[in-house]
Write a protein that binds this ligand. Structure first.
Ligand code: HEC
Ligand code: HEC
Ligand code: HEC
Length: 458
């Protein structure tokens, strides 16, 4: 490719990477954030229960006709399970729409992408598809008619699925009730709407692949590698992108969701999001519920837990835990948090502390001890020590919820403080939290807070 072609492809890539990432953050639909009850009814003393985070309506598919079972000889039962592990319904079900009938608008900075109808309707779904067509879509990111698909559909990870798993997924989708839901064209802004730009991106960044078990590792590790790296597509958020939108740095080395208002921490670094310092049992419990003594899943991660991980069988969660714990870098000592900037001044820190005592202490404790697992401790909380302050600013502005799961159906929530605190106050508060419990992590300024205000709740 000539340097010029590369630059064009690069530009495109930049846009499309955004599309891919934004897909994950799609929690928006016409009419506001779905499934989130925005009025929080928590007693001022902080002891009352939060309201359930999600109504569930429109997010989850209706009860599946078959019991998902990863070990069943019946491909339909296996496919039902694989669809949960891959979270297909999360994108392919529109709010209030029929399960898997697509049409869900996925808002991106470049326009809107609509997920396809995966029900077996002959005219508008995959009714006329063969198992080979379906495998090609999953492995190569091409539709039945040969059209290249946008990487908002994470086929960059699904490409590693085994053929027997794509066949099981196909068998499961084929027996769903067919729903006529016509293709909704994407509404991408120029120049992102030019189809050949997508070809350029694929040329630079996409290689079809297949999962290869590592014979030097045991079966659990290999199963975990498959669940994390193919079906669970954890890297869609947890792997950084370069300026051109291609994966950069090590896989799972920490994502760049900042432009979308989140930071997905490195799973290779135990001071960030790594679980090398957690026991297998603690990791399994956290994956299944998103709550635990040391961390609470929130935002997009809460959705991953409630829509997908909570449905996995314990053996699969143990396999994921074994794989995550064995990642290179897991278990290494925590590096010092960044100290790139001047520490905040005494006046700022004084304001931050006063606000904490007034508004936060009731739930998070005078010494930041919290009340785990429901009210996270802030003392020692690694979120506060991240180089990126994004998730902490977000928590303060927008509040949040742990995931709703069968083990924790009414998760406690944190109310949003964005309406009460101005940018300077919120920045002082976050700077104080980081200085006090974030191992000296850098302060934040009012502009960083301001930039995160308009970003939608999910
Ligand atoms: C992050 C959101 C997301 C997830 C998760 C997701 N998809 Fe999709 N999928 C999309 C989008 C968006 C498209 C449409 C892409 C396009 O039209 O270019 C799509 C397209 C497809 C297509 C092509 C359909 C056609 O008519 O061309 C298939 C097949 C498909 N997805 C299957 C699946 C399966 C199976 C899973 C779960 C293992 C899954 N998807 C998970 C977003 C997602
Ligand atoms: C949609 C984007 C997205 C996907 C997909 C995703 N994550 Fe996350 N993850 C995040 C974000 C954002 C955070 C930070 C917020 C939080 O801690 O909950 C996070 C945090 C984490 C943490 C650190 C928790 C803590 O607070 O210390 C772990 C561990 C984790 N994810 C594991 C996974 C695994 C395993 C998968 C794949 C099954 C996965 N994630 C898929 C976005 C994602
Ligand atoms: C009514 C109880 C309550 C109050 C008051 C409250 N929080 Fe929270 N907070 C929670 C709960 C519950 C969570 C976990 C849910 C979540 O992370 O979405 C949480 C999560 C957080 C997190 C994310 C921790 C992590 O591990 O990701 C931070 C940071 C935080 N709170 C800071 C504050 C600050 C600062 C204030 C004061 C402005 C405050 N909280 C007030 C209940 C509360």
């Amino acid at each position: 490719m000539s340097p010029r072609a590369r630059r064009v492809a690069g530009l495109v890539a930049l846009g499309l990477a955004g599309l891919g990432l934004a897909a994950w953050l799609d929690g928006r639909a016409p009419g506001g954030a779905p499934g989130i009850v925005t009025t929080v009814t928590i007693a001022p003393d902080g002891t009352g229960p939060g309201v359930p985070a999600r109504t569930g309506a429109g997010d989850a598919p209706a009860a599946a006709p078959v019991a998902p079972d990863p070990a069943s000889p019946d491909p339909v039962a296996r496919g039902a399970y694989l669809a949960l592990a891959g979270n297909c319904a999360g994108c392919h079900t529109a709010r209030g729409g029929a399960p898997y009938a697509g049409g869900r608008p996925i808002a991106t900075p470049f326009g809107t992408i609509h997920a396809s109808n995966l029900t077996p309707d002959a005219a508008t779904g995959i009714g006329a598809w063969t198992a080979d067509d379906f495998a090609r879509a999953m492995h190569e990111g091409r539709s039945k008619d040969g059209r290249a698909l946008y990487p908002a559909f994470p086929y960059t990870d699904y490409t590693r699925l085994t053929r027997s798993d794509t066949d099981a997924l196909f068998a499961y989708l084929r027996q769903l009730p067919p729903v006529s839901a016509p293709y909704r064209p994407h509404a991408l802004r120029f120049p992102w709407s030019l189809p050949w730009l997508l070809d350029g991106w694929r040329l630079v960044y996409f290689r079809p692949a297949r999962f290869e078990p590592d014979p030097s590792k045991d079966a659990a590790w290999n199963r975990g590698a498959y669940l994390v790296g193919a079906l669970g597509h954890c890297g869609a958020c947890h792997t950084a992108r370069d300026a051109l939108g291609g994966p950069s740095g090590p896989a799972l080395g920490g994502g760049a969701l900042e432009t979308l208002g989140w930071h997905a921490p490195s799973l290779l670094d135990d001071a960030a999001g790594g679980v090398g310092g957690w026991s297998v049992e603690e990791t399994v419990a956290w994956l299944a519920t998103g709550i635990g003594p040391r961390a609470v899943a929130t935002g997009p991660m809460a959705r991953v837990v409630s829509d997908s991980l909570q449905h996995l069988v314990p053996d699969d969660l143990r396999a994921m835990a074994a794989y995550l714990k064995a990642l290179p870098g897991a278990g290494t000592p925590a590096p010092k948090a960044s100290r790139a900037r001047e520490p905040a001044g005494a006046a700022t820190l004084g304001l931050g502390e006063r606000l904490y005592r007034e508004r936060c202490e009731d739930c998070h404790g005078a010494s930041g001890e919290g009340g785990p697992p429901h009210w996270p401790a802030l003392a020692g909380n690694r979120t506060l020590a991240q180089a990126s302050p994004v998730n902490t600013i977000r928590a303060v502005l927008h509040g949040g919820f742990a995931p709703a799961t069968s083990d924790n159906p009414r998760p406690y929530g944190m109310p949003p403080f964005g309406p009460e605190l101005d940018d300077r106050e919120a920045a002082a508060l976050v700077s104080w939290l980081r200085a006090t419990w974030g191992r000296g992590a850098s302060p934040v300024d009012a502009r960083e807070v301001n930039a995160l205000r308009p970003i939608p709740v999910e």
